[in-house]
Design a protein around this ligand. Structure first.
Ligand code: DOR
Ligand code: ZN
Length: 351
């Protein structure tokens, strides 16, 4: 039984950092283990311009603990009226790494999102030309679609036609949760389609939201699915396929916003995510494939160089806190915090 695992320093290809006190509180947990992260733009107001992304990047860099190195990779929030010129300028000036498409109304702070992909075709043309990735929250917003079917319906109604219309556009289907999405991405041989997978969707099925009562801290979007889907995600994540990579979707919300009559979607996993993923790879007898999923597949898809240095995880009780506080007597619950995991990041080496 392996007692320690050392991998090249990984990247988190889907991360919510928020802003101000929350940013300053949550960022060190990511920086501790990840070299880079794709930072989501769903602030209030959303990050839609090059200037806003530059300013946000500066605030993130100012919150990196002294002596640590970390590169935030910024994204633009796509709106119906996004100017293609703003996107190409941001990409060429190395401010925007990618563009995030939220279907309007699909999730947290998505109200400025895209109402119909036909509205953004000029932007997609430009991105296709530039080789700039489109990151998609893949859930249907059609009225009447069952909440557990939203991802599968999105694949048929939106994603497949979009991929046909833009045959060279690079696309990441973010935080996939279903067998349909896993099989669809797995079957693609073009190399321009990939998917991120969160730790919670690999470790939990939808029962977790209802054990003994309503469990708001296991509520995220896309929502946890039934066991068959969790097993499909574990299969593709640990298969060695380069189309799947790590993206935590760590999404902090303070306790009061989650334990509420209308609770927010999002699971804060930054302090424990790497160990949670490793737990899955160990359970699936795939420790030899962990590094590709965490440190190689994503950065290759984005055309980034490998990170310098390594992280070592050792088999010991994980002492990540059960919750953290951004001040003002608020707290944010940690996914699998408080000793639930038996791996721990014990060491980082610069190179
Ligand atoms: O659970 C989620 N939380 N899903 C999302 O798509 C957004 C995220 C957030 O920003 O809180
Ligand atoms: Zn997200």
């Amino acid at each position: 039984m392996a007692q320690s695992v050392t991998i090249r320093r990984p990247d988190d290809m889907h991360l919510h950092l928020r802003d101000e006190n929350t940013l300053r509180t949550v960022l060190p947990y990511t920086v501790r283990q990840f070299g880079r992260a794709i930072v989501m733009p769903n602030l209030k107001p959303p990050v839609t311009t090059v200037a806003a992304a530059r300013a946000y990047r500066e605030r993130i860099l100012a919150a990196v603990p002294a002596g640590a190195s970390f590169e935030p990779l910024m994204t633009a929030y796509l709106c119906d009226n996004t100017d293609p010129e703003e996107i190409s300028r941001g990409f060429n000036e190395r401010v925007f790494t990618a563009v995030k498409l939220y279907p309007a109304g699909a999730t947290t702070h998505s109200e400025y999102g895209v109402t119909c992909t036909s509205k953004v075709e000029k932007v997609l043309d430009v991105m296709q030309e530039l080789g700039m990735p489109l990151l998609i929250h893949g859930e249907s917003t059609e009225a009447g679609v069952d909440v557990f079917d939203k991802e599968a319906v999105f694949l048929d109604d939106v994603l497949k036609p979009l991929l046909e219309k833009f045959p060279a556009l690079k696309v990441v289907l973010e935080h996939i949760t279903t067998e349909q999405a896993a099989d669809f991405v797995d079957a693609d041989r073009s190399g321009r389609l990939a998917a991120t997978i969160t730790p919670q969707h690999l470790l939990l099925n939808r029962n977790a939201m209802f054990t003994g009562g309503l469990r708001p801290h296991y509520y995220c979007l896309p929502v946890l699915k039934r066991e068959q889907h969790r097993l499909a995600l574990r299969r593709v994540a640990t298969s060695g396929s380069s189309s799947f990579f790590l993206g935590t979707d760590s999404a902090p919300h303070e306790r009061g916003a989650k334990e509420a009559a209308c609770g927010c979607a999002g699971i804060f996993s930054a302090p424990t995510a790497l160990e949670a993923y490793l737990t899955v790879f160990e359970q699936e007898n795939a420790l030899d494939r962990f590094e590709a999923f965490a440190s190689e597949n994503g950065r290759r898809f984005y055309g980034l160089p490998p990170n310098e240095g390594t992280v070592t995880l050792t088999r010991e009780r994980n002492d990540a806190p059960r919750s953290i506080s951004p001040g003002d007597n608020k707290s944010i619950e940690t996914f699998m915090g408080g000793g639930e995991l038996s791996w721990r990041v014990s060491e980082e080496r610069a190179s």
